[in-house]
Design a protein around this ligand. Structure first.
Ligand code: FAD
Length: 456
């Protein structure tokens, strides 16, 4: 096969010069530049403050969308469509009306503190006066990333959710085709690792999908016989909630048909096999919802880090020794009252807003926000239809009221009016009919292409 050569494009393009981003319209040349890495909860909040300032603001993200991660599991289990929980970054930020703001679709590969520039995947170097690092976190396989991750994908990006949805739905389709009872059993076994909010939500949603939505859709298998196992290393689920709420969560999941294995630290993950404590479970689909660690990007800025790789930031979120670099959100280790703030969306949002205001104030564009204090509105987790738990200081709720509250809070936090309406409509429809409208099998499985059915 011959390769087409574009004469207009040099075979080996010269590297782009420093700060090679074209000057945004209406931006004065001497304006200070703030580069924000990551358009998640933290980065977007900082950018929303700074877009109103006179500073030049450049947001770099390796995806073109802001993602509402708390509802990713609903995409993976076909309740919601990908477009319901994501919005293009260019529309989340007001690029139309703020000429000082640019968005770049690229990944930041390195930070050069000496020359105050970030190096992008495209090869461009982008100079900064202030740098806000908000690249979030990734799943942590307790030192076994290379061996376990390929067999137990986590749920972090939209691609992860679409790939998992495909694997889950394909498992039912392949079980319907299989005539081997052992293979069918394996195909209809799903293991969720991690008994925190994401694992609980995922296991509950899987149970609803298998035992209600798909219950009568197949002829050769009984989806109600699907085995869903939730594996947790310690002796309770949802450790951050009260003992009664943890017990309620376990009981509710078990009523929904989920097998809960406590005190079962995962000792090994192989293709189609999990070693949970001393028990081996054969399963086609294994989903990792256990610990997270900070994005590796922040590990290379030479700052002291906590156990999970988060940068130990100063009281103003700057990196000690580099007052112009800030780290926020899941990538930062920040303590209040002697305890680290959790990796949660409201924490990242509040930190982003604070750092945005701080930078603006340093450039004489607003009042100093003073010392940061996290405003804790409480924590919630949903288990399934009409079942959730919530903890607001000393006040706890569970059951239907908690579930309503959980729904309201998540809709309020979603970015975009259209997304809010779509999510409410989908939830109402599912509530009335048990149907899950996004049951499409699309794309190819990058990680396991052999899972596609073959002829013969
Ligand atoms: C499945 C799941 C469920 C969750 N449920 C809840 C919940 O119910 N409630 C709650 O409060 N929190 C929840 N969280 C946690 C919450 O989503 C995070 O705490 C929050 O997203 C952290 O915000 P952040 O800005 O630090 O990072 P993120 O929101 O993760 O954003 C990071 C951004 O940086 C980009 N990025 C990363 N590396 C680079 C790079 N090198 N170059 C360019 N761009 C980069 C990413 O594409 C992403 O857009 C959940 C998380 C997950 C994964």
């Amino acid at each position: 096969m011959s390769e087409t050569i574009d004469p207009a494009r040099p075979a080996d393009p010269a590297p782009l010069p420093d700060a090679a981003v074209p000057e945004a319209k209406g931006t004065a040349p001497k304006r200070k530049r703030v580069v924000i890495v990551g358009a998640g909860f933290g980065g977007i909040s900082a950018a929303r403050v700074l877009e109103k300032s006179d500073l030049e603001v450049i947001v770099v993200d390796r995806t073109n969308h802001h993602l509402f991660q708390p509802l990713l599991y609903q995409v993976a289990t076909a309740m919601l469509a990908p477009t319901d929980i994501a919005q293009p970054i260019r529309s989340v930020l007001d690029c139309t009306h703020h000429a000082n703001l640019s968005v770049l679709l690229d990944s930041v590969e390195a930070v050069d503190k000496t020359s105050k520039a970030v190096v992008l995947g495209s090869g461009m170097r982008l100079a900064y006066d202030y740098l806000v690092l908000a690249p979030g976190s990734r799943y942590n396989y307790f030192g076994n990333d290379a061996e376990w991750a390929p067999h137990a994908p986590g749920l972090k990006t939209m691609d992860d959710a679409i790939m998992l949805r495909r694997r889950i739905l394909m498992a039912f389709e392949r079980a319907e085709l299989s005539r081997d009872p052992e293979e069918r059993r394996r195909l209809l076994t799903f293991v969720v690792i991690g008994g925190g909010p994401t694992g609980v939500e995922m296991a509950g949603a899987m149970a609803e999908l298998a035992k209600a939505t798909l219950a009568r859709d197949f002829r050769h298998i009984d989806p109600k016989s699907t085995r869903i196992v939730l594996v947790e290393a310690v002796d309770e689920l949802l450790g951050q909630f009260t003992d009664r709420q943890s017990a309620y969560t376990k009981e509710t999941l078990e009523k929904m048909g989920v097998e809960v294995m406590l005190n079962a630290p995962v000792k090994g993950v192989e293709s189609h096999r999990v070693m949970a404590g001393e028990t081996a479970i054969e399963a086609e689909t294994i989903i990792w919802c256990a610990g997270v660690s900070a994005s590796p990007l922040v590990g290379q800025i030479g700052a002291e880090t906590a156990k999970g790789g988060q940068v130990k930031v100063s009281r103003d979120f700057s990196v000690p020794g580099s007052p112009e670099i800030f780290v926020i959100g899941d990538a930062a280790a920040y303590e209040e009252d002697g305890r680290p703030l959790p990796a949660l969306a409201p924490v990242a949002k509040q930190q982003g807003k604070h750092v945005g205001r701080l930078i603006a104030a340093r450039e004489g564009q607003g009042r100093d926000p003073g010392q940061f204090h996290y405003r804790d509105w409480g924590t919630m987790a949903t288990i399934g239809r009409a079942a959730a738990v919530g903890k607001f200081g000393k006040v706890t709720v569970k059951g239907f009221p908690a579930w309503l509250l959980w729904g309201g809070v998540h809709v309020a936090y979603l970015v975009g009016f259209r997304n809010r309406i779509m999510v409410i409509v989908n939830w109402l429809w599912a509530w009335l009919t048990y149907a899950k409208g996004a049951r499409l099998i699309t794309g190819a499985d990058r990680e396991a292409p052999e899972r596609l059915p073959t002829k013969g």
